[in-house]
Write a protein of this length. Sequence first.
Length: 316
Amino acid sequence: MQKSIVVVGSINLDLVAGADHIPRVGETVIGRGFKTFYGGKGANQAVAAAKLGCPVAMVGNVGDDAFGTQLRNGLNDARVDTACVNTVEGPSGVALITTDLRGENSIVVVPGANGHLTPKLVEKAAPLLERAGFLLTQLEIPLETVDYLAQFAERHNIPIMLDPAPARELSQALLRRVSWITPNETETLELLKTNIRNGDQDYCAAADRLLACGAKNVLLKLGARGCLIAQGTLPKECVRAFSVNAVDTTAAGDAFNAGFAVGLMRGYTVSHSAFFASAVAAISVTRPGAQPSMPSGQEVERFLEQHPTAPTKQPS
Ligand code: RIB
């Protein structure tokens, strides 16, 4: 039987305003439009992996408000198993998002129910977690829950991918337990409290520092510049991003993580999984919203037929 991906993470309703530019401090701008989308880094990764054809289950919380029912239904519609999604007292998580004309965004997340995803609630899902082929998590749930999950993964020998978003300081013990850590550029700066001045050399040095902090495998997500893979002492590898017209980059990182996990679950090599993930993320940025922007497996196949060259290179 094909093993599942289990995502332990956040489920949000995204309240999205489009504007010519993202307002500066103290500035009011007139928006071009307003829409709501199903979001949350955890739920986005779950939906993206399910749309690619992988069996996926979600462990998370929604509130006992009207959003909670909608968010659960959204996951069910995408064929994500929601048996371990709890309804807790209080509001569901929401994200207030502004997108600009270049497709860039700024996000404020109000965790609501996600903030009550305790280790105890995750422990209740142990029978599901034990059968997982891959665990995916992020930092929109309490850190003690992420710590608990990483210990669970280590005990049961299940690979776990941590998307350290939104960024915060992480213990070496946690870093040592995760199989893959996948920060973007801002998160890398926050994790290492350092500056990256754009060159491959700096990215390689940052990846080396994360490895030195205990991370087993690092995948730096560098947006339109692609990604850098660092696995212990193996030579580092860069995978270029596909060039597309971005309309909304919200959840591109989630699309990438899901694609990468699905690639590894399918038995692709690490660099081919990153190539596949790059295609999933590229398609997602050409569409508005978080979950509705995630492509199906067939869409990714078609995209790759049109872009057949593997965009890998050695870091210079
Ligand atoms: O990664 C994008 C997601 O971040 C949005 O869907 C929003 O809900 C926030 O969690």
